[in-house]
Design a protein around this ligand. Structure first.
Ligand SMILES: [Fe+2]
Length: 305
């Protein structure tokens, strides 16, 4: 059985030619894992999948992580995390963008970036969907790195970049705040959402992928705070801010992105050590359910301060 691999727009591939309902041979499992490392973002469509099958399938890519917030995990399947829009919790995730109320919009990010130990990846499966709304974007930071000029790559090898966790989007230094207003229930501090507080996490300017050895651009806009002691790399603080602004603009180029428009039964798997992701959010009251499984990060990529 050969897997069928079709490129998506710009980055990532769709993989078909296997049936998740049937036993998957070790050879196909190895092929799936290789594709994950080769492309970073995999889409599977039209698979007849139950929560149990999703968990089993996800284990091909590594041990699974239980989500730290118990409230949102499924009782029967603790490895499954249910992402739900359209419930009474929406108000905490509602904000205004140019006068429009949006639920669950998320800037480009890497999961658990702020801990220094991002998980290895995650698999999302659409369970219930609005007609259109709520795209998930994926951005390939290996391709973004490769497209940089040599002097920038050399500079990235000399610097470290700090990420600062914060609950208030308006405090994030490099996200696009134009037209943004927090909602009346937007959390103000980590304890408002039962989150622990996190000290800063620091990464190399170019992170080496622990498995493939590829260089991954270490700049992602959410929680991005500063270059640590830029003077050691021969640049001033002002130059380091301009560098981050330039690199954030670089990561926003559409040629590094794939935006997934969900259909029921779709599954998307990404490598969180290589790809950033974002969510465009939904209109208030729109119901949307996504089941998520998370592949554990067995490696610490950054360090905490
Ligand atoms: Fe995320």
């Amino acid at each position: 059985m050969a897997l069928l691999v079709t490129p998506l727009n710009n980055v990532g591939v769709e993989v078909s030619g296997f049936d998740i309902g049937k036993p998957i041979s070790d050879a196909v499992k190895a092929e799936l894992k290789d594709l994950w490392y080769e492309h970073g973002i995999l889409l599977f469509r039209n698979q007849d999948i139950t929560p149990e099958k999703q968990i089993e399938f996800s284990r091909i890519f590594g041990p699974l992580e239980l989500h730290p917030l118990k409230a949102t995990t499924s009782e029967a399947n603790p490895e499954l995390f249910v992402l739900e829009n359209g419930s009474d919790k929406d108000k905490f995730f509602t904000a205004s963008y140019h006068g429009e109320e949006i639920v669950g919009r998320l800037d480009w990010h890497i999961d658990l970036h702020y801990t220094g130990r991002p998980n290895h990846g995650a698999l999302l499966r659409a369970v219930e969907l609005p007609s259109s709304d709520g795209l998930t974007g994926f951005g390939d930071l290996v391709k973004a790195y490769e497209a940089l000029d040599e002097p920038t790559k050399e500079l990235l090898d000399k610097i470290e970049i700090a990420y600062s966790f914060s609950m208030q989007r308006k405090h994030m230094r490099y996200v696009d705040l134009d037209g943004y207003e927090p909602g009346p229930f937007s959390p103000k501090k980590p304890s408002d959402m039962n989150y622990p507080d996190f000290s800063d996490a620091v990464y190399p300017g170019a992170v080496t992928h622990p498995v493939t050895g590829a260089k991954v651009l270490g700049v992602v806009e959410q929680f991005l705070d500063r270059v640590v002691t830029p003077q050691k790399a021969g640049i001033s603080n002002d130059e380091s801010i301009e560098l981050l602004e330039r690199l954030v603009a670089h990561t926003r180029k559409p040629e590094f992105h794939y935006f997934h428009e969900w259909r029921e039964g779709d599954m998307v798997l990404w490598d969180n050590w290589r790809a950033m992701h974002c969510a465009t959010g939904t209109k208030p009251g729109v119901r949307r359910v996504i089941n998520r499984t998370t592949i554990e990060g067995g490696v610490t990529l950054g360090r905490t301060l």
